[in-house]
Write a protein that binds this ligand. Structure first.
Ligand SMILES: *[C@@H]1O[C@H](CO)[C@@H](O)[C@H](O)[C@H]1NC(C)=O
Ligand SMILES: *[C@@H]1O[C@H](CO)[C@@H](O)[C@H](O)[C@H]1NC(C)=O
Length: 320
C-alpha cells in the first residue's frame, strides 16, 4: 500500500509541472507551464492564449473519445464519426439545448424600434428593420434597436433579423425568452438596469463579431439554456461607460458557445463576477479580467481565465 501511495504522489508532482488537459499553456504574460501532459499538445489560439489540445492522428474522420475519469491510457480512438459521442474536458455541461433556429412563422419589418411593456410574445415571427440600420461595429444607440424593453418587461418567441443594429435594449430588469438573433450587428442585447435581475433564457445568437450582451447597468444578468455560435464575447461588463462602476454579476448556466472568443469580460476593480456552470465552450477563454475605467479611457486587461474569486467555472467542457 505504501508503495502505491508513493507512486501516485510522484505522478502528481510530475504532472503539475506541465499544463493539464484543456488548460492554458501560453500567451502574452503567461508564466505557467508551456508544455502539456503526455498525449496533449500546446496549440496557439491567439497572441494571448494557447491551450492544451488532445494530440490526434489528424484525420478528418477520426474522433477522439475521452472518458471523464481519464488518464492518458484510457484514451481510445475510433474512426466512425456517426457512432461516437465526444465527451472531453470535464463534466457534461451544455446539454438539451436547441442549436438551430426554430422555423419562423413569417417575416415583418418595422421602421423603428418597438417598445415593449409587460409581456409580449412574438409568435416566432422574424422581425427586422426597414430601412436597415446595421452599421457593423459603429456604436449607435437605443434608437437603432429592434426592441426596447421597459423595466419589468418580458419578450419571448421571436427571431431578430440582420438589418437592425442594437437588438434588444432593456431599460430595466427584463426577461428574454427563446429569442434568436440570426446575425448580430453591433450587439444582441444591452442591459441598462440600475439594479435587480435580468434573464436571457433559451434562444441563441449567431455571428456576433463583437459582443452578444453588453452589460452597462448594475445587478445580475443570468444567461441560461442559450446557444451562441461565432462570437467575440458572450457578455461584456462595460469597460468605460460614463459613470462606470459595479458590481455587475454574470451567471452563465447551461449554454453552448462554439467558434468564439470569451464568455465573460469583467471589471474586477468594480467587484464584477462571472460564474460559469454546466456549459460547453469549444474555443477561446472563459473570462477576461479588466480594470474598468470611469473617465472614458479604454479599460486595462489584467488577466484571463478563472481566478477562483471573480471568475469561476463548474462543470464546463471544451468539446461541443
Ligand atoms: C481611467 O483613465 C484615466 C485616463 O487614462 C486614468 O487617469 C485613471 O486612473 C483611470 N482610472 C482607472 C480606475 O483605471
Ligand atoms: C469608450 O471608449 C470608446 C473607444 O475608445 C470610445 O469611443 C467611447 O467614447 C468611450 N466611452 C466613453 C463613455 O467615453
Amino acid at each position: 500500500m505504501k508503495q502505491a501511495t508513493f507512486a501516485i504522489l510522484a505522478t502528481a508532482a510530475l504532472v503539475s509541472a506541465q499544463a493539464q488537459p484543456w488548460a492554458q499553456c501560453g500567451g502574452s504574460g503567461w508564466t505557467g507551464p508551456t508544455t502539456c501532459v503526455s498525449g496533449w499538445t500546446c496549440v496557439y489560439s491567439n497572441d494571448w492564449y494557447s491551450q492544451c489540445i488532445q494530440s490526434s492522428g489528424g484525420s478528418g474522420t477520426t474522433t477522439t473519445v475521452t472518458t471523464k475519469t481519464t488518464t492518458k491510457s484510457t484514451t481510445t480512438k475510433t474512426t466512425t464519426k456517426a457512432t461516437t459521442t465526444t465527451t472531453a474536458g470535464s463534466g457534461s455541461g451544455g446539454t438539451g439545448l436547441t442549436t438551430v433556429v426554430p422555423a419562423s412563422a413569417g417575416s415583418t419589418t418595422l421602421p423603428s424600434a418597438k417598445v415593449i411593456s409587460g409581456v409580449w410574445d412574438g409568435g416566432m415571427l422574424k422581425y427586422d428593420r426597414n430601412p436597415k440600420v446595421c452599421a457593423e461595429q459603429t456604436e449607435t444607440g437605443e434608437a437603432d434597436a429592434m426592441f426596447i424593453l421597459e423595466s419589468g418587461a418580458t419578450i419571448r418567441n421571436v427571431i431578430i433579423g440582420p438589418n437592425q443594429a442594437e437588438g434588444i435594449h432593456c431599460r430595466g430588469p427584463c426577461t428574454v425568452e427563446n429569442v434568436w438573433w440570426l446575425d448580430v450587428c453591433e450587439d444582441a442585447i444591452t442591459i441598462k438596469q440600475s439594479s435587480g435581475n435580468s434573464y436571457i433564457t433559451g434562444g441563441g445568437a449567431f455571428k456576433a463579431s463583437d459582443k452578444v450582451a453588453q452589460f452597462n447597468g448594475r445587478g445580475t444578468l443570468t444567461i441560461k439554456n442559450f446557444y451562441v455560435n461565432d462570437y467575440g464575447k458572450v457578455v461584456r461588463s462595460c469597460g468605460n461607460c460614463s459613470g462606470n462602476g459595479g458590481p455587475r454579476n454574470i451567471v452563465i448556466d447551461n449554454i453552448i458557445a462554439t467558434s468564439g472568443g470569451v464568455l465573460c469580460g469583467i471589471n474586477t476593480n468594480y467587484g464584477d463576477t462571472c460564474k460559469i456552470s454546466n456549459s460547453c465552450q469549444n474555443s477561446g477563454k472563459y473570462c477576461d479580467r479588466y480594470t474598468g475605467n470611469s473617465s472614458g479611457a479604454e479599460p486595462t486587461k489584467i488577466g484571463s481565465g478563472p481566478d477562483g474569486t471573480y471568475c469561476t467555472t463548474t462543470n464546463v467542457r471544451t468539446s461541443c
